[in-house]
Design a protein around this ligand. Structure first.
Ligand code: ZN
Length: 327
């Protein structure tokens, strides 16, 4: 055993997986064919971090993990638009300084191994497909619903990124053209109705308009409107708060319409839903499934299931991404 470890030809090849998450950084090592991390480290990204600081912090995580060992390949999930073909980060919506950063080139020069990088939704889709809720499926659409709403396609067993790398933007599919204005400038996008921060904003607005409603939500937030989050709305809905339930159902409706339309267009076997908002409980899921079913043609069949990998979907997806590079 000891001898084989000393022989580089027989040593188990390892993959280094990195997750630049916007508010957190994570890195992990796994050996080929294994399903448990050999080592794993994460840290919160300081609020004033820029791209340089993120890179420096990630480097120190990497060196802590590797201890001089050389991985066979590196896979990266990045929380923002990425040109996966060129291995370039386009920008980050959370961290300044990431505009047009050739992340693959930087790390390939540094570690002398193949590096691949893609945005977190595409990478998480790949993670769920290879290691999570999508094992054995040929086609699926992964949707994450948390502070934003993003999506990633797996078609014929491989990521489908679109001609310009912009496929899967279900967050900005318009489901209500007369709805409220989204950050992207359009009205009634899925993200504008279903993301955690926008649900919280809608709750605050309704509480102002209807001061006699939302009693449970108010008390859960200790009467501090700023403390209202998507998670608190879910909690209040579960405890019977009708105002919270209305907001959650509207989110589920928006997501259901988006899913039904996506099903009509591409006809995937499976939709995998991850992110904080999807932990909202049975009522939310019932609405999503019912509205998606009502929106799609009766002949278009699909299942909608919860993601299996949770917060680790981007890291496991990064492993799969690196493996694709080596195969
Ligand atoms: Zn939008």
């Amino acid at each position: 055993m000891f001898q084989s470890l000393n022989n580089p030809k027989e040593a188990p090849r390892s993959i280094l997986a990195l997750d630049f998450g916007g508010t957190k950084l994570a890195a992990a090592i796994v050996h080929f064919g294994e399903r448990e991390w050999r080592s794993h480290k994460r840290m919160l990204s300081p609020a004033d971090a820029d791209a340089k600081a993120d890179l420096a912090n990630m480097r120190s995580l990497i060196h802590d993990l590797l201890q001089g060992e050389k991985p066979a390949a590196i896979g990266i999930s990045f929380g923002g638009p990425v040109d996966a073909k060129l291995g370039k980060v386009r920008l980050s919506h959370h961290v300044p300084g990431w505009g047009n950063i050739p992340l693959r080139e930087i790390l390939e020069a540094e570690f002398q191994v193949p590096v691949s990088v893609d945005n977190d939704a595409n990478v998480a889709a790949l993670g769920e497909h290879r290691f999570g809720a999508g094992i054995g499926y040929e086609s699926l659409f992964y949707i994450t619903v948390s502070t934003g709403v993003g999506g990633g396609w797996i078609l014929n067993g491989h990521p489908w990124r679109g001609a310009g790398g912009m496929a899967g933007e279900i967050g900005h599919v318009v489901v209500d053209p007369n709805g409220p204005i989204c950050l992207c400038g359009k009205r009634g996008c899925v993200e504008r109705l279903a993301s955690g921060p926008y649900m919280a904003a809608a709750a605050r607005e309704e509480l102002h308009k209807q001061p006699l409603r939302g009693e449970i939500l108010r008390s859960l937030a200790n009467n501090n409107e700023d403390a209202i989050t998507g998670q608190l709305i879910s909690q209040a809905a579960t405890q019977g708060d009708e105002l919270a339930l209305e907001i959650l159902q509207r989110a589920g409706w928006a997501l259901g319409v988006g899913i039904g339309n996506a099903a009509n267009l591409i006809n995937p076997q499976l939709f995998v839903l991850g992110g904080g908002v999807t932990k909202a409980g049975a009522q939310f899921w019932e609405v999503v499934r019912r509205v998606a079913r009502e929106t799609a043609l009766p002949e278009v069949n699909f299942d909608i299931v919860p993601a299996a990998l949770g917060d680790e979907a981007p890291l496991w997806g990064a492993v799969a991404l690196a493996q694709e590079e080596l195969n």
